[in-house]
Each structure stands twice: as C-alpha cells, then as structure tokens.
Design a protein. Structure first.
Length: 149
C-alpha cells in the first residue's frame, strides 16, 4: 500500500481488496488439475479447512464454482491473523498443531504455518525461492497425498 500512497492513489485496505478480488473472480479461475480428486481422497480420512485472507465472497464463489463445498469442514475467510485461527482450530479440535498441515502458494503462507507450529507445504513452481522455508515443497497437488498419508 505504501507504493499506492507514494503515487498519489488513495484507497483504503477494503477498497484495494475489492479491486484485487474483482480482477480474480471465481468464474475466471480454473481448478488445478486433480485438485478435486485429491480433496476427495483427503476428506475421507480428515477434516479439510480453508483459512484464507481473501474476502469471503471470493472464497465461497470459488468453492461453489469448483463444486468442493461438501468436502470442507470449515471455511475461515478474511483472516488477517491466520496463525491465531490455526491455533484456535487445533485447540478446539484437541489436536496438536504438529499433527496438522497447511498448504499455501506464497511465502506468507509458509511463514504463517511455521509460526503456528504446523507442517508447511508450499505448492509452487520448482524454482520458487520459498521452497527451503517450507517443510515440503511440491509442484503438483497429487504429491500432497504422499506427504500426508
């Protein structure tokens, strides 16, 4: 946001969020190949929870567009404090954080998972500079099934 202010653009955080997520509307996005299959397999043996900083309308729109609502146990959107949300979920479900995993595609996701004490899985291109910060770095969502057996 500093860049915006430096260039005379005055938007508050909410306005910026709305502009960003309007650009990445659910109907413009495709589900990752094999994601539904992987989610279906994982949902048979564990609870799947989404913890996202994205706006709820955006996340729920994508979930509906991808037809995966029935595979999710909980959805937490607009989370500025994902670490606290993860820790609260662990406590509520009486699960040690070390028994949980957090998948993300950005360094902030890896940092969040590391801070929460959960296994971190970076899903990104092989040459991502953030791979070393994660417990696991995968390039294909199917690899998730091998890690969290």
């Amino acid at each position: 946001m500093d860049w915006l202010f430096a260039h005379g653009v005055s938007l508050n955080r909410e306005q910026l969020h709305k502009l960003y997520w309007a650009e990445y509307r659910a109907e413009n996005c495709l589900i990752m190949p094999d994601a539904r299959e992987v989610f279906t397999t994982l949902a048979k043996s564990r609870d799947l929870v989404i913890v996202s900083s994205a706006l709820e309308s955006y996340v729920r729109g994508r979930i509906a567009a991808f037809s995966i609502e029935n595979l999710l146990t909980e959805i937490h959107c607009g989370q500025d404090k994902k670490v606290q949300t993860i820790q609260d979920l662990a406590q509520k479900n009486k699960v040690q954080p070390s028994k949980l995993f957090f998948v993300g595609d950005m360094r902030s996701d890896v940092d969040c998972g590391n801070e929460a004490g959960v296994m971190t899985i970076l899903l990104a291109e092989q040459d991502s500079p953030h791979g070393p910060a994660a417990d696991h770095h995968i390039t294909d969502i199917r690899q998730l099934l091998e890690i969290v057996k």
